[in-house]
Design a protein around this ligand. Structure first.
Ligand code: CAA
Length: 259
């Protein structure tokens, strides 16, 4: 892998993996190659039975400053279609394990869209978010207009998308885009604590919870509640549900095996 670094086990914890975007000279601009490597790494972790949660991060300057402008500048619409640039983005949605975006520095354009594609976003107080595509004559293309609108509402999303101006981490927190803001120095530690907590939960239930929450974006509320209920029924086919409830009644810690 030339554009990303995968750490697994992370922090000596075999249940947690960390992927670091690693094109520091261009603020982790998301080239087609980087996105392909990212998806390949995520599928490897998805297939690894011991991995239960994944952290995605960049470096102190940038999570990612967007799609690679140098790679796109002369592209035709047909190039955009035929090089399957967005295939990797679609594949991201196939990952069933929880992904935590730990954002330092810039998360712009595709970088903001990538962070929003993760399941939980936490940010350091240095983070800056934006959809600056309008400043370079284009529009968000990897879900920005949709995910941002759902996260922060139409008026604020319009302001960000139409001006291209950035917001800081505190604003992103106040507007509900990120779950938590931490000092730069402790961002990865906080991300790890979160990943570890989730990794200690029953893996099948974690997967079904992720599916159900995501349905809130895709279905009517009544259909989504029906979907949620079926996932709830399904957990009763897992040994971990029996273990979790018995452990509670026996006043001990559960030992989840992931089945
Ligand atoms: N693509 C390619 N290269 C990029 C890049 C990007 N998105 N963002 C930064 N870089 C490169 C710069 O060209 C520069 O390279 P050189 O040193 O070779 O000149 C290097 O990274 C450092 O960047 P700056 O010198 O610009 O750093 P700065 O601190 O002055 O500014 C910044 C930082 C405000 C983030 C600025 O780099 C910037 O505005 N970047 C572009 C952000 C952007 O427009 N993103 C949207 C891209 S389109 C998109 O993402 C479409 C989509 O939805 C799919």
């Amino acid at each position: 892998m030339e554009n990303i670094i995968v750490e697994h086990p992370y922090n000596g914890d075999k249940h947690v993996a960390l992927i670091r975007l690693n094109r520091p000279k261009v603020l982790n601009a998301l080239s087609t190659e980087l996105m392909q490597e990212l998806v390949e790494a995520l599928f490897d972790l998805e297939d690894n039975d011991v991995v239960r949660s994944i952290i995605l991060t960049g470096n102190e300057q940038a999570f990612a400053a967007g799609a690679d402008i140098a790679q796109m500048v002369e592209a035709t619409p047909i190039d955009q279609i035929t090089d399957n640039r967005f295939r990797s983005w679609q594949q991201l949605a196939m990952i069933t394990k929880p992904i935590i975006a730990a954002v330092n520095g810039y998360a712009l354009g595709g970088g903001c869209e990538l962070a929003m594609s993760c399941d939980i976003m936490i940010a350091s107080d240095s983070a800056k978010f934006g959809q600056p595509e309008i400043k370079i004559g284009t529009t968000p293309g990897a879900g920005g207009t949709q995910r941002l609108t759902r996260a922060i509402g139409k008026s604020k999303a319009m302001m960000m998308v139409l001006t291209g101006e950035m917001i800081d981490a505190k604003t992103a927190y106040d507007w509900g885009l990120v779950a938590k803001v931490t000092p730069v120095k402790t961002l990865l530690q906080e991300a790890y604590e979160l990943a570890k907590t989730i990794a200690n939960r029953a893996p099948v239930a974690v997967r079904l919870c992720k599916e159900s929450v995501n349905k809130a974006y895709e279905m009517s509320q009544s259909d989504a509640i029906d979907f949620e209920r079926r996932n709830f029924y399904l957990t009763f086919a897992s040994r971990d549900q029996k273990e979790g409830m018995r452990a509670f009644l026996e006043k001990r810690e559960p030992e989840y095996k992931g089945d």
